[in-house]
Ligand binder design. Structure first.
Ligand SMILES: Nc1ncnc2c1ncn2[C@@H]1O[C@H](COP(=O)(O)OP(=O)(O)OP(=O)(O)O)[C@@H](O)[C@H]1O
Ligand SMILES: [Mg+2]
Length: 714
């Protein structure tokens, strides 16, 4: 390639029909209904009978083609320019613009048909992911210009959401679930409730065969710490969970990236099979091998957001020959194209000639596709063949937004989360050990406190520390949602379940462990420290510990939904819990807190459980904590012999003219509460307020998920 100029370019050559694979490739496919019928025969005997698994055999189509066409898609973003020397530049130029518009997609048009694989190709940064996002409705409507039509009708967001699926570039899966379980949970979320459990199982088994995952079905997904399935298998599982309901349109962003050539080929082969079972498959791919190229039906080559080629891969040699740069024999066609584009980029005109040449060449070779049915008819026919099993029993009403009612979603979510945590017992064990070790240390330090003046301060110290410990234990909830967030976003983007179900099941699943932790901590410390109140006192103490762990857990869960990173999260949690303790009333009474900080005192999560336990502890009016000569404890006179202290008491009696004996009570429990400024609420209100904080943070968590997980580009 010595000279990069379009020589003898003759786009307006005789318009000989180019190779069209559609004429020769037999479309195929058993639909999901046929599939279920087939498998149903084997499971008719009962749910426990093992279904016979078969790889799907391809049959000639009943031809209900869908044609997705998109025209003039244009998307641009405003980029802020960093102006390091604003004053200087102002002096040099009239007015230096600080923002500029960057076009990411420029006038892209094309067409994808069912039964076919459409691949978007191009160098890194050429706009592949952006185009897939645009087609999959992941760019805000206001920002994207152009039109998308399915069978000639405008595609509405709600419909697209139901009939399509988007497979992300990253594999976001629960590490401790097996392949089969992962697909089964997806089936429970997305397949309609009218479908029996055995049919759902059959669908999963058929999908496992279709994805070529039979040998890995019982293997866990795995993560850094647990050996699991291979990268290629993991990618196929990711695809599987999104196509469980047999969508009509499937979008994938680089499904083969990071895979070796054999795994990549197998993934694309699976995609071809999915397409041939009556779906439109649109994917981006970086640099396909010759083997993979032979599976693709249509290509869109991008360069800087512009189309440089859009046709069948078989027409590539002709295209480049016409452009004046024939592809040498034995050279990979896409590699050649990418190299040529890179070289053109280095010329003054860039790829403009190629873009222009493609436009003329296209207008000559394009044939418009004729589809047999209107969109509504096509979807109805598709549904009656068993497609879109996500709740589509009544084609006239199309499909409901969610496949299952809220309680089913909650049950499935709770089961999945519980199964995943159950297989990682070490996490719970570490938390449990942390609680027990803290409880043990506290018990030994504050062992059997007495009712002396020293005992009062030790009791206060123990209660403040114990309550704040329960909050610190909750910090472990932070990474849970931060890790799960992207799974949640992927699943809710296509209405796998309601956000409310997720919030409720998230709270439900955490409760058993919170109960075990608070019960162990309360039981270990209550009698060891010698807290007051017997059995009823213990029950109240346990309730307060549970309530504060619940409030702490909810608070940390809410934080995890607003902070982007675990480390930032920990910093914020630790700082806030420190402030909560500072303003709780333990270090400083309410009336000593400056008025401009008093609001923080009422927001402090530590204040309410701290006051509740104190009220429980010092509620008994008959109990005395400073009696007779104990008056001199905690002072310089404390070391004097008792006989002198008694004389001092007598002198005080005479001076004040009141009878003070060695059994006179100076400080009752009520006095301590007044000294601590605990006069506003009773212990039950404190308990309920703590519980209410927990619910409030859960509600905030829900709203953050509702507003903050739209998952769309602006
Ligand atoms: N919000 C944005 N602001 C500015 N530029 C952006 C923004 N989003 C994407 N881009 C730019 O748009 C171009 C296309 O990005 P895109 O992710 O679509 O590329 P790609 O072809 O998928 O690349 P890769 O193969 O590396 O995944 C890139 O140059 C990218 O830097
Ligand atoms: Mg990309």
């Amino acid at each position: 390639m010595s000279k990069i100029v379009a020589q003898n370019v003759s786009p307006l050559r005789d318009c000989v029909p180019l190779y069209d694979r559609r004429q020769t490739v037999e479309m195929s496919s058993p639909t999901f209904a046929q599939l279920l019928n087939n498998v149903g025969d084997h499971v008719a005997g009962g749910e426990t009978e093992t279904p016979v698994h078969r790889v799907l055999t391809m049959q000639p189509p009943n031809s209900i083609p869908f044609v997705l066409s998109f025209s003039n898609l244009t998307y641009s973003v405003t980029v802020r320019r960093k102006n390091i020397f604003p004053a200087m530049s102002r002096g040099l130029t009239e007015e230096a613009p600080v923002t500029r518009t960057k076009v990411l997609l420029h006038d892209i048009s094309g067409e994808a048909r069912d039964g076919e694989l459409l691949a978007v190709l191009g160098a890194s940064g050429s706009g592949k992911s952006t185009l897939i996002d645009a087609l999959a409705n992941r760019i805000a409507k206001e920002s994207l210009k152009g039109e998308m039509k399915l069978n000639g009708e405008k595609l509405h967001t709600k419909l697209l959401k139901v009939i399509s699926a988007y497979v992300m570039q990253d594999d976001l899966l629960y590490p401790m679930l097996t392949v089969e379980e992962t697909l089964m949970f997806s089936a429970e979320f997305r397949l309609p409730r009218t479908l029996s459990k055995s049919k759902k199982k059959s669908r999963v088994q058929a999908l496992i065969d279709q994805l070529g995952l039979r040998n890995a079905a019982k293997t866990i997904i795995g993560d850094e710490g647990h050996r699991g399935v291979s990268g290629g298998e993991r990618r196929r599982v990711s695809i599987g969970i999104d196509i469980i309901h047999d969508p009509i349109i499937l979008f994938l962003d680089e499904p083969t990236s990071g895979l070796d050539s054999t795994s990549a080929f197998m993934v694309v082969k699976v995609l071809q099979r999915i397409a041939q079972s009556g779906s439109i498959v649109i994917m981006s791919i970086h640099q396909p091998s010759n083997r993979i190229l032979s599976l693709l039906d249509r290509l869109i080559f991008l360069s800087h957001g512009q189309t440089v080629y859009s046709d069948s891969p078989f027409n590539l040699p002709q295209f480049f020959t016409d452009f004046g740069h024939p592809i040498p024999e034995n050279e990979n066609r896409t590699e050649f194209a990418l190299d040529l584009i890179r070289e053109l980029d280095g010329t003054p005109d860039g790829t403009n000639n190629l873009v222009e040449f493609n436009r003329k060449w296209k207008s000559c070779s394009t044939t418009s596709t004729i589809y047999d049915l209107s969109l509504k008819e096509a979807i109805s026919a598709s549904i009656s063949r068993g497609k879109l099993v996500s709740g589509a029993t009544n084609p006239t009403s199309m499909v409901p937004t969610f496949a299952n009612p809220i309680w089913t979603e909650m049950a499935v979510l709770s089961k999945r989360s519980f199964t995943n945590s159950w297989r990682m017992p070490e996490i719970f064990f570490v938390r449990f050990s942390a609680v027990m070790v803290t409880g043990f240390i506290l018990s030994t330090i504050f062992w059997r406190l007495d009712n002396s003046p020293k005992g009062i301060w030790e009791r206060l110290g123990f209660i403040a520390f114990a309550v704040s410990t329960t909050y610190y234990i909750c910090a472990e909830a932070l990474p849970v949602f931060i890790h799960e967030r992207y799974i949640f976003m992927r699943e809710t983007a296509y209405n796998a379940y309601r956000r409310s179900s997720y919030c409720l099941s998230h709270a439900l699943v955490s409760l058993p462990s919170l109960i075990i932790l608070s019960l162990s901590f309360a039981a270990l410390t209550f009698w060891a420290v010698g807290l007051d109140g017997g059995a009823s006192g213990f029950l109240f103490y346990f309730s307060v510990v549970l309530a504060s762990i619940w409030a702490g857990n909810s608070f940390v869960t809410f934080l995890s939904s607003v902070v982007p990173h675990v480390m930032i999260g920990y910093t914020i949690v630790v700082a806030l819990l420190g402030y909560f303790l500072l303003f709780s009333g333990f270090y400083m009474n309410r009336d000593r807190i400056p008025s401009y900080w008093i609001w923080f005192h009422y927001l402090s999560l530590v204040k309410y459980p701290y006051e509740a336990v104190l009220l429980n502890e010092f509620k008994d009016p008959t109990k005395c904590f400073v009696r007779g000569v104990q008056l001199f404890d905690n002072s310089q006179l404390g070391d004097l012999p008792n006989s002198i202290k008694e004389k001092l008491l007598d002198n005080i009696s005479e001076t004040l003219n009141v009878t003070i004996t060695s059994s006179t009570c100076f400080t009752s429990g009520a006095d301590i509460l007044v000294q601590q400024g605990i006069t506003q609420l009773n212990k039950w209100i404190c308990l309920w307020v703590t519980i209410a904080w927990g619910f409030s943070y859960r509600i905030l968590f829900y709203f953050t998920l509702l507003l903050g997980s739209k998952n769309k580009r602006r």
